[in-house]
Design a protein around this ligand. Sequence first.
Ligand code: ADP
Ligand code: MG
Length: 266
Amino acid sequence: MARIIAVANQKGGVGKTTTAVNLAAALAAGRRKILLVDFDPQGNATMASGIDKREVRPNGCDVLLDEAAIAEAIIPTEAGYDLLPGNGDLTAAELKLMDAMARESRLKEHLAAVADRYQLIIIDCPPSLHLLTLNALTAADSLLIPVQCEYFALEGLSSLLDTVKAVRQRLNPALAIEGLLRTMYDVRNNLGNEVSAQLTQHFGDQVLRSIIPRNVRLAEAPSHGQPIHLYDRNSRGAIAYMALATELTRRDRQRKQDAGAASTAA
Ligand code: ADP
Ligand code: MG
């Protein structure tokens, strides 16, 4: 069964989509079976995967509204991962779901139908904490939080973590924090270094070791419809996302070993 990671932060422009796409691609390059779910009405992850968001039917909206089976909507991408495409239709789906029963667990139910085909499912969330993000957090085993190390970064995190608490209480008790990922990092920026130090102070080893540098190649790749390792595999951005994939894989293996040891001890 696939592990499910939601990439979320209600702040826009912190690197959620860049992280979701390039992590999916890095893991797929390592021969893992990956599904990327574009759950943002902006459809950026779809476009960045080389798929035209205007032409995808059925898409995530049709699936959420039970109008298509998820397996029919999933398409393969050039980088080797599968994509559940998203676009502006997701906004309509979110509105229509407002009055639906079990509206927060729609995505979870649909993903269950394909979970045995993948090792990992990555969900790219919109910049809000509304129903689409709640669906992602309800479906997910863990939450990966990209953080841009700037002045208001910590402030936004507390409301995100309040939401995580509420989701654990009512919808998904097992939701874990996969980690906080520092993105668009520039070592020459003093404020960035300061905020990064504060993050480590507050969150300890929940802050991932991998750091994504500010790298223009990462910003260029989406307009070519390619993840970074297809666009420029030797760039600092590509190397950083490869390192992130390795770190997350290693942490997952460690967690499984720890769980195994704990159950043997019990
Ligand atoms: P979000 O999904 O959180 O809104 P994006 O991943 O779309 O954020 O990133 C916002 C913008 O910053 C995009 O134009 C993206 O190409 C650019 N960007 C993201 N990460 C980096 C990086 N490490 N270096 C340079 N540009 C980046
Ligand atoms: Mg985005």
